[in-house]
Design a protein around this ligand. Structure first.
Ligand code: C5P
Length: 359
């Protein structure tokens, strides 16, 4: 069992869960605002934001992994963490490089590509849907995670969990009906035309990649003893190439021949404070996800996401003039109840909402 550290006397487990709930809600709102508040011609590159997120997250994970490298028997010269002599740093670096490029590192390329696709689709979805509608629809990833767990991990779901999944689909359906009918209004001052069908298709596709990537990541973690932070570094490393490809295929092609010119045209154009806020909150989310998986579990992670729906609703009403219709409240309540039902502990088999676990 993992020993749970504390922050100011509070278990890190609960601190990370509550922070993840707030982060989830904040990300949706900030991302939505950053995309719809500017004129379309002044919109920043979503693909660029995804690349910057991976670069930042990967760098932070690298530093954490570096400080966590143990002094194994095969490296007798390796000094404890507190010692930062050039020799200790060299030994640690060598050990870390070997860990990151271990023989099975290629396995992370699959979830890395899927997460890059998911993170790009998230921008499309959030730009075309109300923040709250996006948040509710995104709960469908529980459905896809369950489907891939059954398909790939050969897990069985209890009747309660199947019922919860049915409720989830019904709840999302209700929210979409009201969204399609145009009874909700958000971003009244928006300069963007939001296309609900496009947004919903993007959410469905993002849920698909989320489920597949999560289950695949779980398979990789469970079949090895590698440190979670090393896995995060590998994930970010393998994300770089597809993230760059997304910029090349999506952005305005830069005529600049210098790397600096290319970066400023394709990534940093219109990259204002809100774009940076989106990147930072996304980075925080990635790191929190890792902490929650380590010190709490996926069942609690599901609750944190549910909590973020409520936070998003409240903030959408206050910030984006979002009108909560009766169908929206009904659909969201069904989704919340379904999430709660799905996350009830299974007495026989333990099938969890999210699919990532760390050994
Ligand atoms: O729960 P969900 O599938 O939505 O979370 C996926 C998000 O978490 C993606 O943005 C992904 O890049 C990030 N992630 C991460 N590190 C992990 C696993 C996921 O940053 N180890």
């Amino acid at each position: 069992p993992v020993s749970v550290p504390t922050i100011c006397g509070m278990p890190l487990k609960y601190v990370s869960l509550v922070t993840l709930a707030v982060q989830n809600a904040a990300l949706t709102l900030i991302m939505h605002y950053s995309r719809v508040s500017a004129a379309p011609s002044e919109t920043y590159s979503a693909a660029g934001a995804v690349l910057l997120t991976e670069l930042l997250k990967g760098s932070i994970s690298l530093v954490v992994a570096f400080t966590r490298i143990d002094a194994p028997a095969q490296y007798p010269g390796l000094a404890p963490v507190s010692q930062w002599s050039p020799w200790a740093v060299l030994c640690r670096s060598r050990r870390l490089v070997r860990e990151v490029f271990r023989a099975d590192c290629w396995k992370l390329s699959i979830p890395a590509i899927l997460y890059v696709i998911q993170n790009n689709l998230q921008f499309v979805a959030v730009s075309n849907l109300d923040a709250a509608t996006f948040q509710v629809s995104y709960q469908m990833k529980i459905l896809t995670t369950a489907a891939f767990s059954v398909l790939l991990l050969r897990r069985t779901l209890s009747p309660t969990k199947w019922l919860a999944l049915l409720f989830l689909a019904i709840g999302v359906g209700i929210v979409q009906i009201q969204n399609g009918s145009g009874s909700s209004s958000s971003s009244g001052s928006s300069m963007h035309d939001m296309n609900a069908v496009k947004g919903f298709m993007a959410v469905v596709a993002a849920c698909f990649t989320s489920g597949l990537a999560g289950v695949y990541f779980e398979m990789v973690l469970k079949n090895s003893q590698a440190d979670l932070w090393v896995r995060n570094v590998q994930l970010s490393l393998f994300s770089l190439l597809p993230a760059l490809a997304a910029i090349i295929f999506s952005g305005p092609s830069s005529a600049s021949t210098s790397p600096l010119g290319w970066f400023s045209t394709n990534i940093f154009a219109n990259f204002g404070a809100w774009a940076w806020a989106t990147v930072l909150v996304q980075v925080l989310g990635g790191l929190l996800t890792a902490l929650v998986i380590k010190y709490a579990d996926n069942i609690l992670k599901g609750f944190a996401t549910s909590l973020s729906i409520v936070i998003s609703f409240m903030a959408s009403v206050a910030l984006f003039n979002f009108h909560m219709s009766l169908t929206f409240v009904l659909g969201s309540t069904v989704v919340l109840v379904a999430t709660w039902m799905y996350n009830q502990p299974d007495p026989i088999t333990s099938v969890t909402g999210g699919a990532r676990q760390d050994s």
